[in-house]
Design a binder for this molecule. Structure first.
Ligand code: BT5
Length: 332
């Protein structure tokens, strides 16, 4: 993917140079006026970038803010083909899924990414809340426009969970992630990541799907909600060191691009195979709670369209939604 945004090109040039760059040279090489350069420098400073300017010397990059900013991620995902086609960033937002959904309705392209440093109304499933304290986590939603029939879109939650697991494994090699159907990623049986997939469809046609994920990265106990089973934790707590959020966010988007292309190109079998390897649920005794029912049994596997297969005394249940608890573990 080639990013042509002038502010991004200016920032990249400044970062790649260890010394002062002349404003006149920059304006020539980027193809904007000197006033244009000043305007972009002001905008970058407003975002928290430290950039120095001196009349005789020119312009110099000093440091980036501690934020998961699009211009920090872009250089790391230049090989992506769809995910990252466009970015939207906010320091504070109600919900990145809500914003992504509004952008999707306005026709934003496949692969548009929405990022925020803090959410005031982060959404979980079934009206639950996702705690999203500022400057510590990754709160991200991606607009996808898959060329798939409606039943196949169930695998979208799978590709997001696979992508994030692979990214965490690469970033924090000492941690073992486990995918818990349908939408959690656990480390040491603690919830680190939540994924929320929301589809807009008519009849059998999918308009778009919003995939949102929240990752507790450098978040500490006082900002995490109490949970009885699968308690909330973060990568920093589990790995005992802080994790670079930009690197991790870029790896997630890189992996998501790979698995999204796989899904669009008939790779359902490969996705289900990888999911099974990254989950530790197969063969475990569980209780699956749905709004009006409860099934107790053993997990046999997952179907090609994303359902959980749970076998009890009588039959194998094909479950498309529900909350899973391991049998024998006290309720939440
Ligand atoms: C989820 O729901 O796990 C999906 C969460 C998706 C959040 C992302 S953030 C970016 C995007 N924009 C949004 O508005 N949402 C998405 P669910 O399985 O229903 O789990 C929700 C439950 O997890 C809550 O009831 C709490 O018990 C717990 N919880 C809330 N915040 C948490 C956190 N930061 N870490 C761990 N657990 C949390």
């Amino acid at each position: 993917m080639i990013f042509t945004d002038k502010r991004y090109i200016l920032l990249k040039a400044l970062k790649e140079s260890n010394s002062w760059l002349s404003g006149t040279e920059l304006s020539k090489s980027i193809g904007i006026t000197r006033a244009g350069i000043s305007k972009h420098v002001q905008a970058l400073r407003k975002m928290g970038y430290e950039i120095e300017t001196q009349t005789n010397k020119g312009i110099r990059y000093i440091a980036s803010p501690n934020k998961v900013l699009p211009d920090e991620i872009r250089p790391l995902i230049e090989e992506n083909s769809i995910v990252g086609s466009k970015f939207f960033f906010a320091d504070e937002i109600d919900s990145t899924n809500k914003k992504a959904s509004a952008l999707a309705e306005d026709g934003t392209p496949d692969g548009t990414v929405v990022l925020a440093e803090k959410q005031t109304a982060g959404k979980g499933r079934l009206g639950r809340k996702w705690e999203s304290p500022e400057n510590t986590g990754i709160y991200c939603s991606v607009v996808l426009r898959p060329q798939l029939a409606l039943p196949e879109t169930a695998l979208i939650t799978f590709i997001v969970a696979i992508a994030i697991s692979e990214a965490i494994r690469e970033c924090c090699p000492t941690l073992q992630t486990q995918i818990k159907w349908p939408n959690d990623i656990l480390v040491n049986d603690k919830k680190i990541v939540g994924v929320l997939t929301e589809a807009s469809a008519e009849m059998q046609h999918v308009n778009h799907v919003i995939v949102g994920f929240g990752i507790n990265v450098n978040t500490y106990a006082e900002h995490l909600p109490p949970r009885f089973i699968f308690p909330a934790s973060s990568l920093a707590v589990e790995s005992k060191h802080d994790v670079d959020r930009v690197t991790l966010a870029a790896l997630c988007l890189k992996q998501l691009d790979f698995w999204y292309n796989c899904l669009n190109n008939g790779g359902a079998d490969k996705i289900v195979e990888r999911w099974k390897k990254l989950s530790t649920m197969i063969g475990r005794a569980v209780v699956v709670e749905q709004i009006n029912s409860k099934i107790e049994g053993t997990i046999e596997g997952v179907s090609k369209d994303g359902a959980l297969l749970v076998k009890d005394k009588n039959k194998t249940h094909v479950m498309y939604s529900g909350d899973v608890k391991y049998a024998g573990v006290a309720s939440r």
